[in-house]
Ligand binder design. Structure first.
Ligand code: ADP
Ligand code: MG
Length: 349
């Protein structure tokens, strides 16, 4: 079969390369890979454990729990690639998982990347994806993919606003007539909520807990607005003074208070984007509001909080953890329509 014909017949891949989670959607099959962006390495050789298989879920379990000889790392942090080699190895593992080894076809691939990544990092993503088995590779800005995945009418002459709160970055953009009119990428995101909880327990309870425990507390009882019924959580940690493990009961009000400064920073970031919009678009936004995507959109009460903070409606997408991946798949499906706004390695680099 001729190579270009092979490409058109092969399933396309849409990849959301996130700081916390990597998702891969296969055209026609939906999201087939949804795993943490983590790899586990032998500390001395820096080889990935389990012959290159300690990637994703398995590696995540090791985060913060590794003995001295092992280290579990995230190849992306705060929206930038901190380790190119590991990022490539991780991508390769996930792409293989999505399409299988024996496939032979090189699928067209659309990859959503954080807005903060540099041209050098973009080039690295292109080459990593190609080495991982992808055919023609296109990159798309994460907020644009989020807006497409959320079904916003971004090609129309009306303002669409999207805010993706991930693990390491928050990406905000206002789009109209197919273009990003204003955008901002902030380093304040999900992991900062976790850190704020770690700090709070240390300060108020002299209790040392890990980031993973903090994340669990956030997901269980965290909130951005008063809950209909406030909740409690029994947390185990290490007493900083005595050095002995102990428990404490914390409330959802306390956790909300601990996270409030981070919420305000996210709200301020959104407000700055709105302020930079032309007046006509601002008046659109009063009606259309902002759509929230990414894991942070799952925080209880965040729609209400941001709605009150900004004075425009805020609504979370139905399945916010997969919005970006679904957006990349829609781009693939309608490639001729979206191609002009995608970055290719022969294009805008
Ligand atoms: P990224 O795009 O950076 O990979 P994701 O969109 O996958 O990030 O979101 C991951 C973040 O969402 C993590 O910080 C995680 O703790 C947070 N998260 C996931 N579920 C919830 C929840 N129910 N409430 C609050 N935060 C959540
Ligand atoms: Mg993301």
């Amino acid at each position: 079969m001729r190579p270009h014909l092979q490409q058109w017949l092969s399933p396309g891949l849409g990849i959301d390369l996130g700081t916390a989670n990597t998702l891969i959607a296969v055209l026609g099959s939906g999201v087939v890979v949804n795993e943490p962006s983590v790899v586990a390495l032998a500390r001395d050789s820096r080889r990935i454990l389990g012959r290159g298989t300690a990637v994703g879920k398995l590696a995540r379990q090791m985060l913060g729990r590794t003995p001295d000889t092992i280290t579990a790392v995230r190849p992306l942090s705060e929206g930038v690639i901190t380790d190119f080699k590991l990022c490539e190895a991780m991508l390769k593992y996930f792409v293989r998982k999505a399409i299988g080894r024996s496939h032979g076809f090189r699928p067209r691939t659309v990859i959503a990347v954080p807005g903060r990544i540099s041209p050098v990092e973009k080039r690295a993503v292109f080459h990593s994806a190609e080495r991982a088995g992808a055919g023609k590779v296109f990159l798309i800005e994460e907020p644009r993919a989020a807006a497409i995945g959320a079904g916003l009418p971004i090609s129309e002459p009306v303002a669409s606003m999207v805010c993706d709160i991930g693990g390491g970055t928050t990406e905000v953009a206002v789009l109209s007539l197919g273009d990003i009119v204003v955008s901002k990428s902030s380093r304040i995101a999900g992991e900062h909520f976790d850190q704020a909880i770690v700090d709070y327990l240390r300060r108020q309870y002299s209790l040392k807990i890990g980031q993973q425990t903090a994340e669990h507390i956030k997901i269980s009882i965290g909130s951005a607005w008063r809950l209909p019924e406030e909740q409690t959580y029994e947390v185990r940690g290490l007493d900083i003074v005595s050095g002995v493990p102990r428990k404490a009961i914390i409330t959802s009000e306390e956790i909300r208070e601990a996270m409030m400064r981070i919420l305000e920073e996210i709200g301020t970031c959104l407000r700055e984007v709105i302020e930079q919009c032309p007046p006509e678009l601002i008046s659109d936004l009063a009606e259309t509001g902002v759509i929230l995507t990414g894991g942070g959109a799952l925080l209880q009460g965040i729609e209400r909080y941001l709605g009150e903070f900004l004075g425009i409606p805020a609504r979370a997408d139905d399945d916010p953890l997969t919005t970006v991946a679904r957006g990349t798949a829609i781009c693939l499906e309608h490639l001729p329509q979206w191609k002009p706004v995608l970055m290719s390695d022969s294009g805008s680099l």
